[in-house]
Design a protein around this ligand. Structure first.
Ligand code: GAP
Length: 457
């Protein structure tokens, strides 16, 4: 017996409600917890303000996002190197970068309920958004987490958890330049943790105190910077749309002069339509030569590029596409979330791009009490997992197993049934169309690789 596919009328009648317009943040939070994408950090102790743990499926999903970024931004390009710098750096780095003096947010406190807020996030000036009370005048609150290095807890041992990964790239500029023998223009990419003691974290993983960034510092000749800035904005937009985000769910927003960071000459945010409204997904800044010049001044080491042909020393300008891993993950989840009606029942699926889906194919035996069916399914799983991200599951009825795989975004489910034992074929079900194909056991691997777009190495 094979799994009966829904008939055409049921499929064409699907009422689909997917993407940003139709999903609340609570729906995403609940799915993430229910299916093991994201848990509250230290949950058994009541949690700790706005930090999150990525669970078994979440860690795979996040890793796929980072791998897709690294492949597109480093491996597929000829003008990029990667590094992985330490989180704790010499505190002078943060003096030079301007973070110690200027990485502050204006904080106000409600005189009645004592809740604290960012002044620039208040809906009504001077008024507490929780109880309507009067708030104090703003004071500057440093977003940097302080720690002590070594066994002495005095001021000489103070260090900081990095609030951006970028500075690890700037201080390694000369190391990378000399060891890779690059010429301008070229970039350095890095993925890693960053920490900010946000006054008002929130909206799930959108704004938390510990998060990951995917950053590029792209070094160019002064004068070519504006052109490169425009190119990077388009390259970065394309990365999101290549991974399935509809262009209409993204928009560009140019920073006004009054909101530019101290190091930037221009900045374009890529915004996504999150459930709470359009918000920053990634910033692409023109950082000029600010950072390299500051580090030259503070360290005494010249950070510049010597052009052999032109015989001139150049302090490069820097274009910085800076994306958040957690924020991207949230955008991909929101965008993929889909509710449909099938046979009058609600069907929830995550229409994730196959590159990002934690599991690419699930192998499900239709009858788990038939050892010969189970054995064939297990053998297929063992073969497939060498080629794609496959998972075997026989822990429920087929309907239940389909629902679970739909909800976690698995693009293909393969059922092994009694008929498989005679015709050597399995049923492959497509998550998005729900259409089913009967495919020979020996060709499932190549069938899936083609459908999933797995590159041949
Ligand atoms: N090096 C430049 C820089 O850090 P940013 O706009 O402050 O620029 C870049 O941060 C990206 O990092 C943001 O677009 C966002 O995706 C992510 N990000 C920043 N703060 C975050 C937070 N508190 N929680 C989660 N992601 C954050």
């Amino acid at each position: 017996m094979a799994v009966p596919p829904p008939d055409k009328s049921e499929i064409s009648n699907l009422k689909s409600q997917s993407g940003p317009a139709g999903v609340t943040l609570d729906t995403i939070v609940s799915l993430c917890k229910r299916r093991g994408f994201v848990f509250q950090s230290s949950e058994i102790y009541g949690g700790i303000g706005s930090t999150w743990d990525w669970g078994p499926l979440g860690v795979e999903f996040k890793r796929n996002i980072k791998d897709a970024w690294w492949k597109a931004m480093v491996h597929d390009r000829d003008d990029m190197e990667g590094i992985d710098a330490a989180i704790i750096m010499n505190p002078k780095v943060w003096e030079a970068s301007g973070h110690i003096a200027g990485f502050h947010d204006p904080m106000v406190e409600c005189k009645a309920c004592h809740h604290r807020f960012r002044e620039d996030h208040l809906k009504e000036k001077g008024k507490c958004p929780d109880c309507g009370g009067e708030v104090t005048p703003p004071r500057q609150f440093s977003l940097m987490f302080k720690t002590n290095v070594g066994p002495v807890e005095d001021t000489s041992a103070i260090a900081y958890l990095r609030p951006e990964t970028a500075q690890g790239i700037f201080v390694n500029f000369d190391n990378v330049l000399t060891t890779s023998r690059r010429k301008l223009p070229f970039g350095i990419a890095q993925i890693g943790k960053a920490f900010r003691n946000e006054i008002t974290p929130g909206n799930f993983v959108f704004r938390s105190r510990e998060f990951e960034q995917m950053e590029i510092e792209f070094f160019v000749r002064p004068g070519t910077d504006e052109d490169w800035h425009r190119r990077w904005v388009e390259d970065r937009l394309r990365w999101y749309t290549d991974l399935g985000i509809r262009p209409e769910s993204l928009r560009k927003r140019e920073h006004g002069k009054d909101e530019l960071a101290h190091y930037a000459k221009a900045c374009v945010d890529l915004e996504f339509e999150f459930p709470m409204g359009w918000s920053e997904l990634e910033g692409i800044a023109n950082r000029t030569d600010f950072d390299l010049k500051q580090h030259t001044k503070f360290s005494g080491k010249t950070l510049s590029f010597f052009d052999e042909e032109k015989k001139d020393h150049v302090v490069p300008f820097v274009i910085e596409p800076s994306a958040g891993v957690d924020r991207s993950a949230l955008a991909f989840l929101v965008h993929a979330y889909t509710e449909e009606k099938v046979k009058d029942e609600k069907r929830v699926s995550l229409k994730l791009h196959p590159t990002l889906a934690p599991i690419q194919a699930a192998i499900l035996p239709l009858l788990r009490n038939r050892p010969d069916v189970v054995e064939t399914a297990r053998k297929l799983y063992t073969d497939l997992k060498r080629r794609i991200r496959a998972r075997y599951d026989d822990t429920g009825s087929i309907g239940r197993l389909y629902r679970r795989q739909d909800e976690i975004g698995t693009p293909f489910c393969i059922t092994v049934d009694v008929q498989t034992l005679t015709d050597q074929k399995v049923t492959v079900r497509d998550r998005d169309t729900m259409l089913q194909d009967r495919i020979g056991l020996d060709s499932v691997g190549s069938y899936l690789e083609t459908k999933l777009g797995v590159p041949k190495v």
